[in-house]
Ligand binder design. Sequence first.
Ligand code: ADQ
Length: 461
Amino acid sequence: MSRLVVISNRIADPRKPAAGGLAVALGESLQQTGGLWFGWSGNIVEEAPTGEGELRVQQAGKTTLATIDLGREDHDSYYLGYSNDVLWPVFHDRLDLANFDAGFISGYRRVNQLFARKLLPLLKPDDIIWVHDYHLIPLAAELRGMGCRQRIGFFLHIPLPPHIIMAAIPQHEWLMRSLFAYDLIGFQTHQDVQHFEQYVRNEANGEVKGQGLYRAYGQTVRCRAFPIGIDVDEFAALTHAKESREMFETMRREYSSRRLLLGIDRLDYSKGIPNRVRSFRELLANYPENRRSATLIQIASPTRETVDAYADIRRELESLCGAINGDYGELDWMPVRYIHRMVARKRVPGLCRAAAVGLVTPLRDGMNLVAKEYIAAQDPADPGVLVLSRFAGAAEQLKEALLVNPYDTHGTAETVQQALQMPLEERRERHQMLLSRIRAEDVHWWRRTFLDALRAAESVR
Ligand code: ADQ
């Protein structure tokens, strides 16, 4: 079988226990084929010249890990700038937060060229190459320009916005044109595929040829939805591990007479955390029986803190939680427990299992794996209820969750009340359906179907 080469902005050692489901799933494939994982080392070299970075290659079992350092200027314009201050907000429909600084694009292009230049000599003729996410959209085009003829696939982990929003990016045509250098493009949802199709028709004057083929810019590309999943068995097994059981028991003891509502996210504006907290306040205001009995635990891990919008969301959330605790709290009950930290991965299942309601209410999300983790962690005999935003990619699959519009504070509060009141029989039925859905399309299924499609993709360019 041909060797797999994975390229992503950051890499994870698949043998390390801290590695999440994605690293483990990709790691499995890499170990099978003796693969190569290439990406940024995470190191920033302050005075380095632009467009340069030292390459380090090390062996991790059968997998070769190849990483490059980035200079400060490259890092700031490619990663903080174009990736996280342009593409992230726009792809999550937040034009108001995008910073179209003209300097960012040259850094983005330069780092993609650097990746291509450093990767090219490491490639073998029959390698199969899988590029991940918005940081690396033009990578295949750069590789092709340097003579690379191997099969290259791309997976976008975040949503693709409607064409009219995409068109706000000054370089949108260049970005979309560069996608046509891939042999296969994978999106999270059918809606993303539709957005791609609309772009091809309306902006690129292209043609939808059917059977997942799209023609524009004199080239043809294949594209399909491959919704990412979690490793359900691994997560369910973690639920019974010591750390997780301890977590579960601590929560049960601590909140013995109370119902827990749980949110776990990176502290990102796309996750809709302030909207969620406002809905919880409305729940307490409209349904006083929840006072003293319901507690919202919101765990929000720090992320991208040097970007202004992230400092803003942190301040907003702190003052909102403080106000609710001040207005509704009692000496023996704090309505909201907000924790600005990461929880150890091994404890997450226990926390999920202890929560009567899982609140996964992003304003926009490519998929959202927490929704699937919450389901996997439940006790099938007495499961909690998942309240899920219709704007998370996961909503396309998880139809038995209670779907909400997170912008509708009142409607969300009503649905949370419905979740808290749901009879056991209905909770079991919904959970059983949801569990079978996340099992049928787990992370191994995702990786297999994408790679099978890429391997089978005859060149249509
Ligand atoms: P993310 O935006 O990072 O991923 P998500 O899919 O929810 O979002 O995955 C987050 C992971 O980190 C989950 O495994 C979760 O348990 C963990 N996590 C988050 N906050 C945590 C905390 N405070 N403590 C401990 N663990 C925490 C991007 C896209 C998503 C897409 C994934 C995968 O934005 O839409 O689902 O990639 O494609």
